[in-house]
Ligand binder design. Structure first.
Ligand code: ADP
Ligand code: MG
Length: 591
């Protein structure tokens, strides 16, 4: 072997680099789609022949490449995306290494046409094995069309190494899906051998996921949301009942880039601990937004592995965010208003016209009847008494799951703060403020799940003057407020909002207080989801306070509503609502 050191010719170096970046046709799909996104495209069409072995073509309507730069784009380290090493720490684009086009053109035949909005004509370029064969002008639409033909034509060993068409196509679909999920706001289509595989229209994340994985997955999605200085987390997890033996539904995106992260995957697994049968994997579509200078995407040629500065914190934050959602979705399954409502199970309220909330009466069963002996601890005759006795003190509240006439509830108010009532299970003392918070919270969340939230129009619009800072805050939350039944009109000068309708749950006398609080800093929220956070905030403001005297009807209404809540024991802020002194406890104290 010669000991003389020589520099490798460019085409050899490019072939070696190509080996790292381009492993199979799906790698080309990834690079070309990412270039289209970096070019600001809103329509991206992928056309593939023979699982990409014969052709991979990506057509975009992005910015295009200026005529003089067209051939330069195929040089190694030719990129328009970074200029200095510092730029690496503030990356907003997917590409930056300037390697993809040089690599692809070293191992295939290329035909590229591109036009910018400044040029009336497009320029095309034809390249084979890094050599420009032809360059000229032609008429073409704005954007870029990039065709890669005969992949690995000059490296038979690599070409022979490719798997069957069905395997290669699966890899392509995986890459396509990753890009399409990361960018629900872009239209994508995918045609293989002249047949349409996907036609995805611009939408929100939930609908994008369901148009790729089917509407069944959509009903299993639970939103996650957290905002911390380390990262902003959003996206969805799949309910444990939708977990699978394969890992095909595990997606992490960091700053819109699909990444693999065994470390973060571990964090998700640990949040699901105890909820999955062995051999099953959780499904997730997790979107992380991280300050670009806190990550290093440069550690892997295909940029699918990245390094986080504060890995440990991210691990714990992600874990607790998921745990929180897993816990809460059972109470509030339809919290996410981005959902595709056409895919929901029909909700019985859907077609109802707005009406005031009422409490229905089941006249055939009334545990509060004077003659039912239920107040007698000794009585074993009453069927309800026997049932109640078998329940523990806490769950006694849960079995009060029937409709009844609130007028028959025996109750009195104590210290203008507690409602005291006698139940078969004992003596119950209820904090009026927390009980009302719970009632309002569940009603608000139910309203969010309705297609048409009952609201009342205001005869005279309620005017809210608004500062520019609050205006931003208002717009961030407007959709949720509208889903709750508020309607707004913004005046031309953007300084006043006219509130034209409010949810029927509210009284217009409460509006001053409500919007005062809504815009005050103490109430800005950072909770699980906007809908959840706003609901909590509203019920905190609107719930009757402790210290307010309630007349008997109000007391009865409140208790009746509390007993129909899904959760009766805890306020939306996880504070106890009530205590129940059961007969044995009372006996003990009096003995
Ligand atoms: P990188 O994406 O890392 O910059 P590439 O080799 O993928 O490197 O592309 C080189 C350059 O070619 C890009 O920086 C960009 O300026 C230009 N380019 C490639 N594809 C497109 C496209 N679809 N639309 C506009 N410009 C493109
Ligand atoms: Mg690129």
């Amino acid at each position: 072997m010669s000991e003389k050191i020589t520099l490798l010719p460019d085409h050899v170096a490019n072939q070696i680099a190509a080996g790292e970046v381009i492993q199979r046709p799906s790698s080309i799909v990834k690079e070309l789609m990412e270039n289209a996104i970096d070019a600001g495209a809103t329509n991206i069409n992928l056309i593939v022949k023979d699982a990409g072995k014969t052709l991979v073509q990506v057509i975009d309507n992005g910015n295009g490449i200026p005529h003089n730069d067209l051939s330069l784009a195929f040089q190694r380290h030719a990129t328009s995306k970074i200029k200095t090493a510092e730029d690496l720490f503030s990356l907003k684009t997917k590409g930056f290494r300037g390697e993809a086009l040089a690599s692809i053109s070293a191992i295939s035949h290329i035909y590229m046409v591109s036009r910018t909005s400044k040029d009336s004509m497009a320029k095309f370029i034809k390249i084979a094995g890094n050599k420009i064969e032809n360059e000229d002008f032609k008429v073409a639409p704005l954007g870029t069309s990039f065709s890669v033909k005969n992949l690995f034509y000059n490296i038979p060993a690599r070409r022979n190494f490719l798997k069957s068409d069905s395997v290669e196509l699966r890899h392509i679909i995986d890459e396509f899906n990753r890009v399409a999920i990361a960018h629900p706001n872009i239209n994508f289509s995918f045609i293989q051998n002249k047949k349409e595989v996907f036609d995805l229209k611009k939408t929100n994340l939930r609908k994008r996921i369901s148009s790729i994985f089917g509407s069944k997955v959509s009903s299993l999605l639970v939103p996650i949301q957290e905002n911390t200085p380390v990262a902003k987390i959003s996206g969805f997890i799949i309910k444990p009942s939708g977990s699978r033996k394969s890992r095909g539904q595990q997606f992490f995106f960091v700053n819109n880039r699909y990444i693999r992260s065994p470390f973060l995957n571990h964090s998700v697994n640990s949040a699901f601990e105890g909820l999955l049968s062995s051999g099953y994997h959780p499904g997730y579509f997790i979107i992380l937004e991280v300050n670009p200078n806190k990550i290093d995407v440069n550690i892997h040629p295909t940029k699918t592995e990245i390094k986080f500065e504060d890995e440990q914190s991210l691990y714990s934050i992600l874990r607790s965010t998921i745990k929180h959602s897993l816990g809460i979705f059972q109470v509030t399954p339809t919290l996410d208003f981005d959902r595709d409502s056409s895919m929901d199970t029909p909700y019985s309220y859907k077609e109802k016209t707005p009406s005031s909330p009422t409490i229905s009466v089941n006249s055939s069963f009334n545990p509060f009847k004077e003659d039912s002996n239920i107040y007698s601890i000794d009585s074993k005759e009453s069927k309800s008494q026997i049932e109640f006795e078998s329940e523990s003190t806490q769950s006694v509240i849960d079995i009060l799951d029937f409709d009844f006439n609130p007028k028959q509830i025996k109750v009195f108010q104590l210290f203008k703060k507690y409602l005291v009532t006698a139940l078969p299970s004992g003596l119950m003392i209820i904090n009026q403020n927390r009980a009302h918070q719970r009632v309002l919270y569940e009603k608000l969340l139910t309203n969010l799940s309705l297609e048409k939230t009952p609201s009342q129009s205001l005869l005279f619009p309620y005017k809210i003057s608004i500062s520019p800072k609050n205006l931003i805050y208002f717009f961030e939350n407007k959709t949720v407020l509208e889903a709750m039944g508020f309607e707004f009109k913004l005046e031309k000068d953007s300084k006043v909002i006219n509130l034209t309708a409010i949810p029927i749950l509210f009284d217009k006398n409460q509006l001053d207080h409500l919007f005062d609080k809504f815009f005050s800093d103490e109430y800005r929220f950072d909770g699980f989801s906007k809908a959840d956070a706003i609901s909590k905030q509203l019920c905190k403001v609107l719930a009757i306070s402790n210290g307010k005297s309630l007349n008997i009807e109000e007391q009865q209404e409140l208790l009746a509503s509390l007993f129909t809540c899904k959760e009766k024991n805890l306020s939306p802020f996880n504070r106890p609502i009530l205590v129940n002194l059961d007969p044995t406890e009372i006996d003990k104290k009096i003995n």
